[in-house]
Ligand binder design. Structure first.
Ligand code: GRF
Length: 209
């Protein structure tokens, strides 16, 4: 039996890593033909790094430098080298709280994806579920998109909707969106895996979008 060729992924996160867990669990259970090569965090004590250790995935802390919302350019170059060295082919942002710029975008064109807790282009930025509540929306959700150099911006790949309940609290809405995220993100990564496996001929490569 021919084995499906596995897509090497790198996961970047700054926080609790529940989306990372959802992806690692799907890999472990055998229904996601990916291999997690590396988890990187810009936060030394981020739970996502403990999670990587729990799943026995290589992991590293990347000291981000002196900026708050981005990496210093030399550090972003260092990140490119680290990911390349690990053989990463798809970069998966899972709660990574910094905007990426040229070094990463140039090194991984159409190979960096992000998940965001709103129906983009509505409500980019922080606490998007609260923004949806304040705006009086009746429906919100989550979006997976390609990453560009703007916050929560870039070509949309997939979305899932959730109805906002009457008098719903921010905590409840956030929790319900996260349940959807944990289904949507592995499903999108699975799509990339499928396309990657289909591109069997060396000269064919895998399509860009
Ligand atoms: C998610 O809600 C995601 O949409 C946003 O950051 C959060 C990360 O959560 N980009 P977790 O660390 O995966 O639990």
């Amino acid at each position: 039996m021919t084995q499906m060729k596995r897509l090497s992924i790198g996961i970047l996160g700054s926080g609790k890593g529940s989306n990372c867990r959802a992806i690692l669990e799907r890999i472990r259970s055998g229904d996601l033909a990916a291999e997690a090569r590396l988890v990187v965090s810009d936060v030394l004590d981020a739970p996502i790094l403990d999670m990587a250790r729990e799943f026995r995935v290589a992991n590293t802390y990347l000291p981000p430098g002196r900026f708050r919302t981005r990496l210093e350019p030399e550090i972003e170059e260092q990140l490119v080298q680290t990911l390349r060295h690990a053989g990463v082919e798809l970069v998966v942002l899972a709660g990574f709280m910094r905007v990426l710029h040229q070094p990463m975008l140039k090194a991984f064109p159409h190979r960096i994806i992000n998940i965001h807790p709103s129906l983009l282009p509505k409500f980019p930025g922080l606490e998007a579920w609260k923004q949806a509540l304040v705006a009086g929306e009746t429906v919100t959700g989550c979006t997976v998109h390609y990453v560009d150099d703007r916050i929560d911006h870039g070509q949309i790949l997939a979305q899932k909707e959730v109805k906002i309940l009457p008098n719903e609290s921010a905590e409840s809405l956030h929790a319900r969106i996260q349940v959807l995220e944990h289904e949507l993100y592995p499903a999108v990564v699975a799509e990339f895996c499928k396309r990657y496996a289909e591109a069997t001929q060396p000269d064919k490569g895998w399509s860009d979008n």
